[in-house]
Design a protein around this ligand. Structure first.
Ligand code: DC
Length: 218
């Protein structure tokens, strides 16, 4: 069987999974897909169309109208990374029809990575459980909520957003609860995922730990 090697990186917000996934993709020369950006693009498109991201009809229409092939261009929009974008993404992500509309693009990306790459790294919430259940390696990234909130606060501050750390923690906990408890593809570790706790690891240490996990599985 000639299966594309896929590394699935899942976890809650601000665990460092995006940075980790990007570094793994560069290291192995694999294609990288930040699936959170798909949900962020749908959330912001829903708001711009005058809809409520929690409304299944409005959000599904936006998801079906999204051209994921344009994701790199859409991701340049700073609104996607903003707290409003995070909140909207989490709300549209709880809607099964939205997830269904984004499924094929993600599976195709994993099975046939773009630019002739030999493998793919996907990061999200349900990569190991739903999108690529037979991924070569599955890593579920965790970190303590206060540490995640602090990291996110520093990122938002650096991006010029006017937020407090308490506000970031409260928003994150609301989003965590929604992402983990929703009926549609809740965020959880696949049974065969390796859990990586980055609470006390810097980016280099997390990367080394992930490389060791990949090395065991290859
Ligand atoms: O990874 P992120 O923080 O950019 O994701 C933003 C939101 O999108 C997240 O709170 C829930 C949703 N999401 C999802 O439901 N499934 C994914 N695979 C990725 C993100």
């Amino acid at each position: 069987m000639n299966k594309t090697p896929v590394i699935a990186i899942d976890g809650l917000a601000a665990t460092g999974k995006g940075t980790l996934a990007r570094r793994l993709a560069t290291h192995f020369d694999y294609a990288y897909l930040d699936t959170g950006m798909l949900y962020r693009a749908v959330g912001i498109a829903t708001i711009r169309d005058g809809g409520d991201p929690a409304d299944p009809v409005a959000a599904t229409k936006a998801a079906q109208g999204l051209d994921p092939a344009r994701l790199e261009v859409l991701a340049q929009d700073p609104d996607l990374r903003s707290p409003v974008g995070s909140d909207a993404a989490s709300k549209v992500g709880a809607i099964q029809a939205v997830r269904d509309a984004l499924l094929k693009f993600q599976r195709d990306f994993a099975a046939s990575p773009p630019d002739g790459k030999k493998g793919a790294v996907l990061d999200g919430r349900d990569i190991g459980t739903v999108i690529v259940p037979d991924a070569m390696v599955k890593i579920f990234v965790e970190a303590m909520p206060e540490i995640r909130a602090h990291r996110r606060f520093l990122e938002l501050q650096a991006a010029g957003q006017n937020v407090t750390q308490a506000q970031v923690l409260a928003d994150m906990q609301e989003r965590d609860t929604r992402d983990a408890l929703r009926a549609a593809a809740p965020t959880k570790a696949a049974d065969d995922a390796i859990v990586l706790d980055t609470s006390h690891l810097n980016a280099d240490e997390a990367f080394e730990a992930a490389l060791a996990i990949v090395g065991q599985k290859e």
